[in-house]
Design a protein around this ligand. Structure first.
Ligand code: 5GP
Ligand code: ZN
Length: 122
């Protein structure tokens, strides 16, 4: 297992059947750092549609307090760094929290949408 694979696991349940735990381990990453990866969304709703996935498995944004201040800051820094890495100067960052907001994968993730002028829906 890589150094990245070992870190920040304590306290997380890491279910074997979680799609994003799997994509964290073995997905096609466009960017990666300690504890976080970015992948392209399989069903893009904008010319650039990335997903930032933390290694730590929490189901929704409601569980954000499971992240330490250090991890939360690192996650936000990685989102901004990934958008810049992708050449985006104007973009949207979104989290869908819960079924009525359209969440379909219950491992916290951040959408980065950009590459054209965004309307309210993307
Ligand atoms: P949510 O709807 O939970 O906010 O976002 C889940 C996102 O994951 C959706 O935009 C969906 O297109 C994307 N997605 C679902 N399955 C896969 C997959 O196997 N690979 C990738 N790259 N994205 C996926
Ligand atoms: Zn997971």
């Amino acid at each position: 297992m890589s150094a990245r694979g070992r870190s920040w696991r304590r306290g997380s349940s890491l279910p074997d059947d979680c799609l994003f735990c799997k994509l964290y381990r073995e997905g096609d990453h466009v960017n990666a750092t300690e504890g976080f990866v970015a992948i392209r969304d399989i069903n893009p709703r904008a010319p650039v549609h990335l997903l930032v996935i933390p290694q730590r498995h929490v189901e929704t944004f409601k569980d954000i307090s499971a992240f330490s201040s250090h991890e939360a800051k690192a996650m936000l820094d990685f989102i901004a760094e990934t958008a810049a890495h992708e050449g985006l100067s104007s973009y949207r960052v979104a989290v869908n929290c819960g079924p009525d907001a359209g969440q379909t994968v219950y491992h916290l993730h951040w959408h980065i949408l950009g590459g054209h002028r965004l309307g309210p829906e993307g």
